[in-house]
Design a protein around this ligand. Structure first.
Ligand code: ADE
Ligand code: ZN
Length: 322
C-alpha cells in the first residue's frame, strides 16, 4: 500500500512505449465505427478476450490488426492524446514514444498523416514528449531505408530511430546501413534486443548499430562479458515487466530478473511497452514487479532516477528532473 503511493506520486520518465500499443479496445471500436472499418471481433469484450498471447509473434498479429482502424490524422492524434493523459496521471513527466510508420504506410496511410497526428498531440500534451521512429525488423532493410527517406521532411518532429517487431531471425546487423544513415543525420539510436532473441543480438545492436539504449535487453544476463560491457558503457535497458510475463519471456513475475539487473549495476528502467495489451500502464508495471520481487522504495527511486538519466532530454532539463 505504502509502495503503491510512492510509485504513484514518483516523477518518472517512460522510455519504452509503442503508441500503437496504447490503443485501448474501446478506442479501437470507436475508431472502427468512425472510419467504417469492420473488425474481426463483435465486441470490446470479445476483442479483450483475444488478448491471450503465447509469444511475441502471437501478440504482434493482433497488435497490427488493432492498428488497422487508424486512418486519419485525427485518429493518430486521439490515440496519442489518450496515452499522454494516462501517462500524466501516473506521474510520468517525460515520455519518449515509439511509432511504427510502416504499419500504416503499408495500408496506404500517408507518412505525414501518421507523424503529424502523433506530433501534434505531443505538442498539446500535459507532459514533455518526444518521438522515436521504429523500423519493422520483419521487413527488409531497403524498406527501412525508404521509410527514413520519407521521414526526411519531418526530421524536426522525431529525435531518434528504433527497431522493433519480430526479433528472432532478424538480427540487428540486417539494419546496419539504415542505422549508419540515421546516425549521420544526427538521430539518437535505440533497438529492441534480447527480448526473445539471444544475447548476441544485444552485442550486435551495440557494436554494429551503435545504439545508445537497449529496449528490453533482459537476456543480457546470459552473457557475463556482455554484462560488463553494458555496465562499463552505462547503456540503459528499458525493461517492461508486464510485457515479459504476457509474452512468456518469464513464466511468472517472481522469476523476472529486474532485481538481478539492478544488482549487476545495470541502468535498468521500468516501462509499459504496449499497455493496452499487457494489462497495465507504467505504475502497474512497477507495482506488479515490486509485489513479486525483493524490491523496496530505494529500488523504486533508483529506477525513476535511471529513467531520467537514460532519457534523451537536454542536460539542462535533465538536471531539473533529477
Ligand atoms: N512492437 C510492439 N511491442 C513490441 C515488443 N515488445 N517487441 C517487439 N516489437 C514490438
Ligand atoms: Zn517494445
Amino acid at each position: 500500500e505504502q509502495l503503491r503511493n510512492i510509485v504513484q506520486g514518483m516523477p518518472k520518465a517512460e522510455l519504452h512505449i509503442h503508441i500503437e500499443g496504447s490503443l485501448e479496445p474501446e478506442l479501437i471500436f470507436a475508431l472502427a465505427q468512425r472510419n467504417s472499418v469492420s473488425l474481426a471481433y463483435p465486441s470490446v469484450e470479445a476483442l479483450r478476450q483475444a488478448y491471450a498471447f503465447t509469444d511475441l509473434q502471437s501478440f504482434l498479429d493482433i497488435y497490427y490488426a488493432g492498428a488497422s482502424v487508424l486512418l486519419t490524422e485525427q485518429d493518430f492524434y486521439d490515440m496519442t492524446a489518450a496515452y499522454l493523459k494516462r501517462a500524466h496521471a501516473d506521474s510520468v513527466r517525460h515520455a519518449e514514444i515509439f511509432f511504427d510508420p510502416q504499419t500504416h504506410t503499408a495500408r496506404g496511410v500517408p507518412f505525414e498523416t501518421v507523424i503529424n497526428g502523433i506530433w501534434r498531440a505531443c505538442q498539446d500534451a500535459p507532459i514533455s514528449a518526444s518521438l522515436i521512429m521504429c523500423f519493422l525488423r520483419h521487413l527488409s532493410e531497403d524498406e527501412a531505408l525508404d521509410t527514413l527517406e520519407q521521414a526526411q521532411p519531418f526530421l524536426d518532429k522525431f529525435i531518434g530511430v528504433g527497431l522493433d517487431s519480430s526479433e528472432v531471425g532478424h538480427p540487428p546487423e540486417k539494419f546496419r546501413r539504415v542505422f549508419e544513415r540515421a546516425r549521420a543525420l544526427g538521430l539518437r539510436l535505440v533497438a529492441h534486443a534480447g527480448e526473445e532473441g539471444p544475447p548476441d543480438y544485444i552485442t550486435s545492436a551495440l557494436e554494429v548499430l551503435n545504439v545508445e539504449r537497449i529496449d528490453h535487453g533482459v537476456r543480457c544476463l546470459e552473457d557475463p562479458v556482455l554484462v560488463e560491457c553494458i555496465k562499463r558503457e552505462q547503456i540503459a535497458l528499458t525493461v517492461c515487466p508486464l510485457s515479459n510475463i504476457k509474452l512468456r519471456v518469464f513464466d511468472v513475475m517472481g522469476e523476472h530478473n529486474l532485481r538481478k539487473l539492478l544488482d549487476a549495476g545495470l541502468k535498468a528502467t521500468v516501462n509499459s511497452d504496449d499497455p493496452a495489451y499487457f494489462g497495465g500502464y507504467i505504475n502497474q508495471n512497477f507495482v506488479a514487479a515490486f509485489e513479486a520481487l525483493p524490491l523496496d522504495a530505494s529500488h523504486a527511486k533508483q529506477l525513476a532516477r535511471n529513467s531520467f538519466e537514460a532519457s534523451f532530454i537536454e542536460p539542462e532539463q535533465k538536471r531539473a528532473f533529477l
